[in-house]
Write a protein that binds this ligand. Structure first.
Ligand code: FES
Ligand code: FE
Length: 441
């Protein structure tokens, strides 16, 4: 790592709410992200409902490392590098399916659901080779796989803390989506994939807390589809907040209950109204207001969702200027089928590659990425200074809590966590030790 890069990504990354543009353009910084962020953080890999049977599998990426996620014969989910230990070919080229094992196309090595090497074409030749040890030639496993209420995460780092420690206080907020009903959740329908010509962080920080863009960027889409503004945003006078912990972020407005969820679909709005009492009994009055309320969140580093629209997505990096977006729709298992269908269709109308709002965002993010190709442009720091010193203590909300949805507090928290992971290899320094201010960022 060059000296200028090590200085830039360190604790001084954010100075008085200013951020250097190189982090969106530099190939050297990107390679460091793959090593320090994606090879160490807990990264979302699947929802349990995508792997219902023994042998159910899907392929995805953690950073640029391709992995197979598969339900084993013992019922647990494992994850392995999708690369043959012989000459490196992919051993699975399907995106999703059910299999008894995986066979490499190149020279016919075969692997069990647990990743172990089972057989080889011309196996006799290997078996005659002194010292040949099949047990050491299985697919490389990801170091740890853990679940939280239906969501499965993985990390390549054997020393990473437990998933619940990594998520920290954010589980309090995640339960709004994952545990508002005793039946749990599932992904409805399949996955939609699209490619964006942007840096992955610009998308992640947008979902972490950029409520500011919604009323402007999406104004014409909202006017056409809703006949009015996209949602009511809460300023400092309202019960609206940026909250974050360990770089995981959520912005929301407690006054905007059920505000235009999936374009105000009546079946969804009726379901939310009918279930209100049950949500309150399960989550308490404050968090119940967040169920179905249009807001946005990002689990660090690259797993985002929009409560209300119920779109869940990963921003998978494919270089500093290219990102694959994969999206799913989360619903309560116990919701009526017509409500699940309405949520899935609503998400398609709004946040899919042809959705009214997704297209607006993609164009902006590509512009925010590619303007940095200019040398002089790249020297101009970006402004992330809204809401400095707006932290408050809230009797019910854990983590770092900031007033108002119109705030850059969550983006600063996102880049603060990014900076910590980029500059330190000691997990003891990487997680929040209690509420902290961000006036110094
Ligand atoms: Fe897989 Fe040779 S590369 S069997
Ligand atoms: Fe948007």
């Amino acid at each position: 790592m060059s000296k200028s890069v090590s200085t830039m990504v360190g604790p001084q990354l954010l100075s008085e709410g200013r951020l250097p543009r190189d982090i969106f353009w530099s190939q050297e910084i990107y390679q460091l992200e793959l090593e320090r962020i994606f090879a160490r953080a807990w990264v979302f890999i699947a929802h349990e409902s995508q792997l219902p049977h023994t042998g159910s599998f899907l392929t995805t990426r953690i950073g640029e490392d391709e992995v197979i996620v598969v339900r084993n014969r013992d019922g647990r989910v494992g994850a392995f590098l999708n690369s043959c230990p012989h000459r490196g070919n992919r051993v699975c080229s399907a995106e999703v399916g059910v299999a008894r094992g995986f066979v490499c196309n190149y020279h016919g090595w075969s692997f069990g659901l647990d990743g172990s090497l089972r057989g080889m074409h011309e196996s006799g030749s290997y078996d005659r080779e002194p010292g040949f040890d099949r047990s050491r030639l299985g697919l490389t496993p990801v170091a740890q796989v853990e679940g939280y209420k239906g969501l499965l995460f993985a990390t390549f780092d054997p020393s990473a803390p437990a998933l619940t420690e990594f998520l920290g206080d954010f589980t309090f907020y995640l339960d709004v989506m994952l545990d508002n009903d005793p039946g749990g959740t599932e992904f409805a329908g399949g996955c939609i994939s699209s490619i964006l010509g942007c840096n992955w962080k610009i998308a992640a920080e947008n979902f972490a807390g950029d409520a500011l863009h919604a009323g402007w960027t999406h104004a014409s889409g909202a006017e056409a589809m809703l006949g009015g503004p996209v949602a009511t945003l809460g300023d400092e006078a309202n019960e609206s907040y940026h909250v974050n912990t360990n770089g995981h972020c959520w912005e929301f407005n407690l006054d905007g209950v059920g505000n235009a969820a999936t374009l105000g679909d009546k079946r969804i709005m009726n379901y939310l109204r009918e279930q209100r009492g049950a949500f309150e009994a399960r989550l308490g009055a404050t968090r119940a207001k967040m169920v179905g309320s249009v807001s946005s969140a990002n689990v660090f580093p690259n797993f985002s969702f929009l409560p209300g629209q119920n779109t869940f997505r990963t921003w998978q990096p494919l270089g500093p200027h290219k990102t694959e977006l994969r999206t799913w729709v989360l619903v309560n298992c116990n919701a009526p089928q017509e409500v699940k269908d309405a949520w899935r269709k609503g998400a398609m109308l709004t946040f899919s590659p042809s959705g009214v709002f997704e297209m607006d965002d993609g164009e902006n993010w590509e512009g925010s990425t590619h303007s940095n190709r200019g040398f002089v442009t790249r020297q101009q720091p970006l402004h992330y200074g809204l809401g400095l010193a707006s932290r408050v203590d809230h009797p019910e909300l854990p983590g770092n809590v900031y007033r108002g949805q119109i705030n850059d507090a969550n983006q600063r928290a996102f880049y603060h966590q990014w900076s910590k992971m980029m500059s330190s290899t000691d997990w003891a320094e990487l997680l929040d030790k209690g509420p902290h201010d961000d006036t110094d960022r």
